[in-house]
Design a protein around this ligand. Structure first.
Ligand code: ZN
Length: 446
């Protein structure tokens, strides 16, 4: 519907059950950690949230030309944020039978070699962002391939859509086939030129991305460390202690370093802007250093289970006396789902196997505000004045099994969220808004 009185405006209103987190929940039932309006209206001007009000007050924000998207009864959350995903692995996902190092050699490196073709990379970028949006993910931190052009293709597509993406050209100069190798110098030059052209251009950001210590020479890690020092506002992403064979290989390649994390630390790649993928098999010293440095351990449960890497120690890392910052991610294509809901379900199961609990509100906080904080992005992952109006609209009853489960009666919000993460996925995403613009997953009433 369109309001027809008072003042002209390009204001947008989105109505529904609005949920947004204020801080990290301490436990299930920590209702002070979030705001929830059973019938709320998000007021959006120029792509940003300007107010969140009760629907009873809708008259005061309407006006000529104001468009209302009415999702009454549906849950509206900040768009999900995926903090670790591989753009060139959309045709690697669900590859059979190997653990990390063989999986890379047999499936991943051949697939990534195709991204040297710019037209191929551009077509894949369109699919990739479509797939993220279908799953309610509006921002992702992405590994590209070794090719600068592939990173440019993804950044270009993201700019066209208006999404906020973090993209790295993956650097690797040894222990892989020649067609996916760069050099220390070219990794530095290509990443530096991407930063100049793209970092902070609109909503796009560039991530300094050494794949991991096995595929980077000391010279390359040093070059990228220098780049990180020169650009302290850029995120750094890499992989850390995912697999025992990987760790043993790193120890052989860097015998002078005290442990795996110390390799990255030595080259200036460990700090509060560092996203360390996996971080499963950490030593006590590494945990202390992760905590002190403010680096983020990125939990990728579907990948850790699928590649058989191990069980992330969420509560062990989160706890005192050396709390480590934690983010949640899919790690497609080692991961098996683009859905952050499905990812949260597997996180819950990994934690069960460790005798730990992940409450639904902790999980939904992680997918939204928690992950935004891991990226140092205060205007993402929340629905409050000043935040980007990137939203996901969820229908908890989209699957018969879920509707049936919820019909059992007296489900409160947290129980509904737990059903959503345990049984839910792409089919529950009814619509996504990017900067206040619906993306057409669903034809909203206007
Ligand atoms: Zn990964």
């Amino acid at each position: 519907m369109t309001f027809s009185d008072r003042f002209p405006s390009d204001r947008t209103l989105v109505r529904g059950r609005v949920l947004s987190f204020k801080r990290r929940p301490q436990r299930a039932g920590d209702t002070d950690a979030y705001t929830y309006l059973e019938d709320g209206v998000i007021v959006i001007d120029a792509g940003k949230v300007t107010d969140v009000i009760d629907a009873s007050e809708i008259g005061r924000v309407g006006g000529k030309g104001v468009v209302l998207h009415d999702f009454s009864g549906k849950l509206i959350l900040p768009g999900f944020i995926d903090t670790h995903i591989h753009f060139p692995q959309t045709q690697v996902i669900a590859s059979y039978g190997e653990q990390l190092l063989e999986w890379l050699t047999r499936y991943t490196f051949p697939a990534e070699s195709r991204y040297g073709d710019p037209a191929f990379a551009a077509a894949q970028a369109r699919f990739f962002i479509d797939e993220l949006l279908r799953n309610g993910t509006t921002t992702a931190v992405c590994y590209g391939s070794v090719h600068k052009g592939a990173a440019e293709a993804l950044l270009t597509e993201s700019e066209r859509r208006g999404t906020a993406m973090f993209v790295g050209k993956t650097a690797m100069d040894r222990n892989a086939p020649p067609d996916v190798l760069d050099t220390a110098q070219s990794a530095y030059d290509d990443t530096a030129s991407l930063i100049t052209a793209w970092h902070g251009r609109g909503r796009q950001k560039v991530v300094i991305t050494p794949r991991f210590a096995i595929t980077s020479t000391p010279e390359q890690l040093e070059a990228l460390g220098n780049l990180a020092r020169a650009h302290p506002d850029c995120l750094v992403q890499t992989h850390l202690s995912e697999n025992l064979e990987e760790i043993a290989t790193v120890e052989r390649l860097f015998p002078e370093r005290s442990d795996y994390l110390d390799v990255y630390d030595h080259y200036g790649l460990v700090g509060p802007k560092s996203l360390m993928g996996h971080a499963i098999h950490l030593t006590p010293r590494e945990i202390v250093r992760m905590s002190e440095s403010g680096a983020v351990a990125v939990f990728c449960p579907t990948s850790n289970l699928f590649i058989g890497s191990g069980l992330f120690d969420y509560k062990g890392l989160e706890g005192e006396p050396y709390p480590v910052r934690i983010a949640l991610a899919t790690d497609v294509g080692g991961g098996t789902s683009y859905s952050m809901l499905a990812t949260a379900a597997e996180a819950y199961k990994v934690m069960q196997l460790r005798g730990q609990k992940l409450s639904a509100i902790e999980a939904f906080h992680l997918m939204t505000r928690g992950n935004a904080e891991a990226l140092g992005e205060p205007d993402l992952g929340r629905i409050e004045p000043g935040a980007h109006a990137d939203l996901v609209v969820l229908d908890s009853t989209a699957r018969p099994a879920m509707a049936h489960r919820l019909a059992a009666g007296n489900c409160d919000l947290e129980e509904e969220l737990f059903v959503l993460m345990t049984l839910g996925g792409e089919q529950n995403v009814q619509e996504v808004f990017i900067g206040g613009q619906p993306q057409g997953l669903h034809r909203a009433d206007e």
